[in-house]
Write a protein that binds this ligand. Structure first.
Ligand code: SF4
Ligand code: SF4
Length: 442
């Protein structure tokens, strides 16, 4: 059977076996939570608590500042120890609210009362998403209320749900779809109501047959009024990238420099849809999430529910500790994740996984000159010529880079992965993007 897909892309070893099929378990609450006020794209939230204050679980502690921002809530009940800088994944030292856990839990372990959301307006539902501080949980961390509120003059026809989880090692979305199909379908229905449309496609790679069956069975059971389809996609990296996913599912192309709305679509990760459902149907703020903790260096790899603000070191200890010294610690997957230089960094909303690689799996930092083999060109899903672009960047000729469309690079890392000279092509392109953006602002 031919599965729907896009052109380009790669087939790295999946390495999902370490955590695949492992049911979620809850990690213990850490004694100290370091909750960053910047867990999203946009302006950091403004702290509204002070040292010494007692806070409830789920209490608003950081208020969204401006249009592109997100609320931040207390992950644990307890005492605010300080509001100060601490290492985070987004900056060497970002402002965090540190809470020492104490007192009783108002939400966890208790059945939450279902909210009759079907009688609410789309705007009311959207406000609940914003209040709960929901952001893209696939890793991008873009505030969800902004994505679900496209300009009035833009027609949206379909909601695209990313359940592809094409990153090697990660299995959290697979387990979410297997474990909570009813919640995900409800989240899709809520999101459709917010967007004022009735068509959704849930794209899942064909290496996740249990997730596909679980969602399809749930749809067959509840027969929603909306048109929600689960589509099996060819397992190929980066199947979950927005533009590639839209093309695979609808055969629509997002133009160069464009957004999903240019193809009349809105894309959300399946984890985000789960969080939307919790925010709207249960009134629960986003203060915990499911993640995969994996790699050959951790004793008990698996899928876990973690409080936001838990330090990586606390999470690893809860997962049985280390069996070997990691050569590389990555937040997210090995292709698109962020390499960390400290185990003190806390889990944030965009943390889909923690990956601890040994020396054998970690890519060496040194690289060689380009041998013009063309492999990077063959795999680039954005149709770019990474070797030429990077050669120009290395020569410092930023003025000549712009016509090569560096901003169409989706940072998938496929070019870097196949390069026999181990050239960190996407990192060069990212640096060029940052420099060009700075120049444009000047
Ligand atoms: S140039 Fe960008 S989009 Fe193309 S393969 Fe490399 S990282 Fe991916
Ligand atoms: S894959 Fe590497 S060596 Fe081959 S053309 Fe691209 S940059 Fe050059």
């Amino acid at each position: 059977m031919a599965f729907t897909t896009f052109s380009g892309g790669i087939h790295p070893p999946e390495n999902k076996r370490l955590s695949e099929g492992k049911a979620f378990s809850n990690l213990s609450v850490p004694q100290l939570c370091y909750i960053p006020l910047q867990q999203h794209v946009g302006k950091p939230a403004r702290p509204i608590v002070e040292a010494g204050e007692i806070v409830r679980e789920g209490q608003l502690i950081g208020l969204a500042e401006g249009y592109i921002s997100a609320n931040v809530h207390a992950s644990v009940p307890g005492k605010v120890v300080e509001v100060a800088e601490h290492p985070t994944v987004y900056s060497k030292r970002g402002m965090c609210v540190t809470i020492e856990a104490q007192g009783s839990f108002s939400t966890s372990g208790k059945p939450l009362e279902a909210v009759p959301w079907e009688s609410m307006s789309g705007l009311e539902l959207l406000n609940r998403v914003a209040e709960a501080g929901v952001v893209g949980l696939g890793g991008a961390a873009f505030p969800t209320q902004v994505k679900l509120h496209p300009p009035r003059n833009r027609k949206i026809e379909a909601l695209i749900i990313n359940g592809s989880e094409c990153e090697p090692y990660l299995t959290v979305d697979d387990m979410l779809m297997q474990s909570f199909p009813g919640e995900i379908v409800e989240g899709v229905r809520i999101t459709l109501k917010i967007l004022g449309i009735t068509t959704a496609f849930i794209g899942v790679e064909n290496n996740k047959p249990h997730a596909i069956a679980s969602l399809r069975n749930k749809l067959a059971e509840i027969k929603p009024a909306e048109n929600i389809q689960v589509v099996a996609l060819k397992a190929k990296y980066p199947q979950g990238a927005e533009k590639q996913l839209i093309y695979s599912l609808t055969r629509r192309e997002v133009p160069s420099g464009g957004l999903p709305m240019d193809a009349a679509t809105v894309v959300q990760n399946v984890g985000t849809i789960f969080a939307v459902r919790e925010a709207v149907a249960l009134g629960k703020p986003l203060f915990e999430r499911y993640i995969t903790v994996t790699g050959p260096c951790v004793k008990n790899p698996g899928n876990y529910k973690v409080r936001l603000g838990s330090r990586i070191s606390d999470v690893i200890e809860e997962c049985g500790g280390l069996v070997a010294e990691p050569a590389k610690i990555i937040m997210g997957g090995p292709m698109c994740g962020t390499a960390l230089d400290s185990m003190d960094i806390p889990v944030v909303k965009g943390t889909s996984g923690i990956l601890l690689l040994g020396r054998e799996e970690a890519r060496p930092a040194d690289y060689l000159p380009c041998i013009r083999c063309g492999r990077c060109v063959a795999v680039c899903p954005a149709g770019l010529v990474p070797c030429d672009m990077v050669n120009t960047i290395e020569k410092g000729r930023l003025d000549l880079v712009e016509p090569s469309h560096p901003f169409d690079c989706i940072m998938c890392g496929a070019c870097t992965y196949v390069c026999p000279s181990r050239r960190p092509l996407n990192h060069f392109i990212k640096l060029a993007q940052e420099k060009l953006r700075r120049r444009q602002k000047e």
